[in-house]
Design a protein around this ligand. Sequence first.
Ligand code: TXD
Length: 318
Amino acid sequence: MARPKIALIGGGQIGGVLAQLAALRELGDVVMFDIVEGMPQGKMLDLAEASPVDGFDVELKGTNDYKDIEGSDMVIVTAGLPRKPGMSRDDLIEVNSKIMTQVSEGIKQYAPNSFVIIISNPLDAMVTLCQKITGFPSERVMGQAGVLDSARFETFIAWELGVSVKDVTAMTLGGHGDTMVPLVRYASVKGIPVMELLEQKYGSAAKAQEVMDAMVERTKKAGGEVVALLKTGSAFYSPASSAIAMAESILKDQKRVLPTCALLKGEYGVDNYYVGVPCVLGANGVEKIIEFKLNDEEQAMFDNSVNAVKELVGSMKM
Ligand code: TXD
């Protein structure tokens, strides 16, 4: 049986880590495409030369020709510019939508049966554009934001409570911007509500709330925190890990429940917009959008985030 073929469109910071993770986990053969001549070829040669040491056995190729992505089962897109300090994700829309248009045409032509995971920012708009141009069914075109935003929230909770990150579960919903909605009510340590543990730690509900509010704020601004430190780019390890979790769930039909930027067709009262919600990812891509009841406050925050996505998508020339 042939190994799955994974195409990475964009071989920059995130693209490089994606290639390494996909190879280490032997998810399939990897082709890295970039417009910079020599760079994807050099990175994939370098990575191939690590294979005897790490013991992974997959084919790796770097290219500047879309033809080489032919027949890919999975395409992960990071092509585009990252943020610089002081920029919002939305500031990237003009330049990155031009890039996403070219990329989507390449995918449509050479990998018409692929699953596509978009990482490029502004995420919600870039996924929308890719699905429009490729015309692929929405189960096959999705965006990565929620796995990372949730992981950031989980990281801060684990640090605060002094417990392993493995035992923390938390989720963010909505768009991949400052309006994202970290769900406090369902954040737990092995099922025990985080708010209860914070109250035990601080001895008062008010102080627990204050600490939680600070973690929620840090989660919403976590991407910017990394940008401000790096100065020359944005986060790359964690976005790559997050997209690989999604790709792996599809390629291995794991049916993991992962917050995914998926096209809503009436779910959560949203019609025809890509928004982050929990989804089952398996061999058929986005196999199920999981709906659950939000309370009034959560619904209001979710609606606010959806409105920001609508405004962003509306500002894009399509
Ligand atoms: O969680 C998330 N979704 C994100 C998204 C978290 C962090 C960063 N996120 C966004 O991913 C970021 O704002 C960017 O839009 C993308 C890629 O970030 P990365 O850090 O990998 O950027 P790089 O290192 O600049 O790499 C981008 C590559 C670079 O090598 C360019 O030459 C290439 O994209 N590029 C292209 N490739 C193919 N085709 C075209 N047209 C093209 N233009 C640029």
